[in-house]
Design a protein around this ligand. Structure first.
Ligand code: FAD
Length: 248
């Protein structure tokens, strides 16, 4: 069953903060109307639903949770693409109530001790589940060998860049950000271009010992799967974990 079709139980959450994260992405923070703290694993997603002020409109879409388990608020990084739900979320106001389902997505969750070495690969808003994982890893004092390769279009499109730099500095993960449009930015000193064979070889030469987590569009996930399998990582759920998003 596709994530968008699940009939999960939904609970009311109030929108308590909106941050214009990048030119196209907004961070939306929600708090349970009943003071509940959702029990979820880092890497999971929920359905956010809108019932149109009591009308019969009921639109719901899946979004990865970007906050850490145990937090009072649920945080999401949402690209406003002008579709059915994002058009509504783009105009959302603090104080509005949305319905949020129970967490889902067991295949992508991060579990302590499950894998000692990981390679996280994210594109654009695909960074959301990894932000949750990194916060969880730090809060729980987990020491595992984690590399994060994150691809964004331009410097302005990097989500939570400062937080990622700090995770890197504190040794939670080795974070490498690459800009696909680095040519337009003379001051960018980091990696440029897509995540490719050369970058994986340079940053994760021990790739066959790692578990890869991929989060981006379906095309991105399938391109990354092809790269990883050609470098010797078996194409199965034990070695390559994918968050199945959509076409964009
Ligand atoms: C497990 C999972 C986790 C996800 N997590 C996130 C997340 O953390 N952050 C996030 O941003 N998304 C996430 N998504 C994608 C999200 O669920 C929606 O698909 C997305 O927000 C678009 O919903 P929509 O109703 O606005 O678009 P729809 O109306 O469903 O349109 C579908 C697609 O058509 C395109 N489209 C529609 N209208 C326009 C338009 N006017 N201009 C340009 N393109 C258009 C968009 O590419 C859109 O994705 C996730 C998806 C899955 C399956």
């Amino acid at each position: 069953m596709l994530p968008t079709q699940q009939n999960a139980i939904k609970r009311p959450y109030r929108l308590i903060d909106i941050i214009q994260e990048t030119p196209t992405v907004k961070t939306l923070k929600f708090k349970s109307e009943f003071g509940e703290i959702m029990d979820f694993k880092p890497g999971q997603f929920v359905q956010i639903g809108y019932s149109g002020d009591g009308s019969k409109i009921d639109i719901q879409r899946p979004y990865s949770i970007g906050s850490a388990p145990g937090s009072e608020t649920l945080e999401f990084y949402i690209e406003m693409v002008g579709g059915k739900l994002t058009s509504i979320l783009d105009k959302a106001k603090i104080g509005e109530i949305y319905n949020i389902s129970q967490p889902n997505g067991k295949n992508f969750e991060y579990s302590q001790g499950y894998n000692k070495k990981s390679l996280f690969i994210a594109a654009a808003t695909g960074i959301a589940p990894f932000l949750s994982m990194l916060k969880y890893i730090e809060r729980n004092n987990i020491h595992e060998d984690i590399i994060l390769l994150y691809s964004a279009r331009t410097r302005a499109d990097i989500i939570r860049g400062q937080e990622l730099i700090e995770f890197n500095m504190r040794g939670i993960a080795k974070v490498i950000i690459t800009l696909t449009r680095a040519a337009e930015d003379a001051e960018w000193k980091g990696e440029s271009g897509r995540v490719d064979m050369d970058k994986i070889r340079r940053y994760a030469p021990d790739i066959t010992e790692r578990v890869a987590y991929l989060c981006g569009s379906n095309k991105f996930n399938s391109d990354m799967t092809n790269l990883l399998t050609s470098l010797g990582l078996p194409n199965d759920k034990e070695h390559i974990k994918r968050d199945v998003w959509g076409g964009h």
